[in-house]
Design a protein around this ligand. Structure first.
Ligand SMILES: Cc1ncc(COP(=O)(O)O)c(C=O)c1O
Length: 442
């Protein structure tokens, strides 16, 4: 089997090997793109993003008879070209900072489909969001109840809000991307009574309107049961609050965090399976716990599973170090400054040579970055045709949380980005220049 064949479902949907042996995406030769734009280069296939967006949107509509909305979690990767693509498909948006809100507004993303999350939103960020007409603020803590109410009072607004709940569900994923357990910085715990106290305070705040509840239990979760359990707990809480506090649950948001494929060992569910399971849990709970109440609007928030597979990171091999009997390091011209995930939580990636994609793997090497940390390793066990200096290494499934977490460590220049649509590649972000590194200095 060639490396390419082993990576189906990890590479973009339109990926193919050309007769030249070059890897192509959306009909565009990636080696040509590298010659044009240099490396590191990030390439996105719009068709792959659209396929995922439509699968979530249409799957949720089919599985859930109530109103529904798929909100893209823009922390995974935010850029105007992407937000405009998703806005045109009728998706909503989740932003978590003034910066993400700024990009969304600058892209013209409809604020009536935008949700504002975050565990410590600042005064300015909240004021800007409310003034912009944000659809929902997702309240995380008691200070925020007081802060947002005061800001909305000053603006003479009544702001619809959701309350972020901590449902006490422990999914199997890395602890840094697990958020649903009681010991987390996010949300208010149902178990401890903190969530009910928050409901009381929101109800007493004249400029806030509590319309429902949100929970997000973590990221890169494959098992559907924790999502269903979380949705059931949120619905139980909603029913309890209707009974005890008179709050009508008009909206329920079971979050995102759906797993996707980085390596052949990953076995994610399809978007259809995910929304089917979530809709079933919410519907069952609505029937038994909220009889006679209208079905709440259901929103979900996929981030990585919407965009990661669409993105391929491309690097050039610059040096190869054989440490006899130990390991071969293949050093590329990017690394932890454009992809911090392997160093932060041991994330695993697949790899292939974009200029020799038709060849079978012949050796196992370690793909190292160029930055000054021993932990700057992109792929510890990469199965590749014996790499040579000048080869183009492709890391698929690089579309989420790579560029979004990119840094200027070692004064690295953030990579250029190319988006492919209908066989045409266009530069949507130029590579940083050295001047960019100095631009904000005073
Ligand atoms: C509140 C919320 N919603 C959605 C997401 C998206 O998660 P993922 O990209 O894993 O789908 C996150 C990720 O951290 C989140 O915190």
């Amino acid at each position: 089997m060639t490396a390419f064949e082993a990576l189906r479902g990890i590479l973009p949907d339109s990926a193919e090997v050309l007769p030249s042996g070059h890897l192509a995406v959306g009909g565009c030769d990636l080696v040509d793109l590298v010659q044009q734009h240099g490396t590191p280069l990030y390439v996105y296939d719009e068709a792959t993003i659209l396929a995922r967006a439509r699968a979530y949107r249409d799957g949720l509509r089919a599985a859930y008879p109530g109103d529904s909305l798929v909100c893209y979690a823009s922390k995974a990767y935010s850029a105007r070209w992407l937000l405009q693509l998703l806005a045109a498909e009728g998706l909503g948006l989740d932003v978590v900072s003034g910066g993400e809100l700024h990009v969304a507004r600058s892209a013209g993303f409809p604020m009536e489909r935008t949700y504002f999350h975050g565990n410590n939103k600042g005064e300015d960020e909240l004021a800007e969001a409310v003034s912009a007409g944000i659809s929902r603020v997702v309240i995380d803590n008691l200070e925020e109840v007081e802060r947002l109410n005061r800001i909305c009072g000053g603006l003479d607004r009544v702001q619809p809000v959701l309350l972020r709940l901590t449902p006490g569900v422990e999914p199997h994923t890395h602890e840094y991307i697990r958020t649903g357990a009681v010991d987390t910085k996010f949300g208010m715990a149902i178990q401890t009574g903190a969530a009910e106290e928050a409901v009381r305070r929101i109800q007493a705040a004249p400029n806030l309107a509590l319309v429902g509840y949100h929970a997000h239990i973590g990221s890169q979760i494959f098992d559907l049961e924790p999502f269903q359990e979380s949705a059931r707990r949120v619905m139980q809480f909603a029913a309890d609050m209707l009974a005890r506090q008179g709050v009508k649950p008009r909206e329920i948001s079971p979050g995102g965090g759906f797993g996707m494929r980085y390596t052949p060992a990953d076995d994610p569910r399809t978007p259809g399976d995910v929304v089917g399971a979530l809709a079933e849990a919410v519907l069952d709970a609505a029937e038994t716990l909220l009889p006679g109440e209208p079905l709440p609007r259901m929103t979900i928030e996929p981030g990585r599973s919407l965009v990661a597979t669409a993105g391929v990171a491309l690097y050039t091999v610059g040096s190869i170090k054989h440490i006899h009997g130990v390991r071969t390091y293949v050093a590329v011209d990017g690394g932890m400054a454009d992809n911090i995930r392997p160093a932060t939580y041991g994330a695993e990636y697949s790899s292939l040579l974009a200029n020799r994609a038709g060849e079978a793997p012949a050796t196992t090497v370690t793909i190292a970055g160029k930055y000054c940390e021993s932990g700057d390793i992109l792929v510890r066990e990469a199965h590749l045709p014996a790499p040579r200096v000048g080869d183009v290494v492709a890391l698929p499934a690089s579309g989420a949380y790579n560029l979004a977490m990119a840094s200027h460590y070692n004064m690295a220049l953030k990579p250029a980005v190319v988006a492919i649509r209908d066989g045409q590649a266009r530069l949507v972000r130029r590579r940083d220049t050295y001047d960019d590194l100095l631009r904000a200095e005073v």
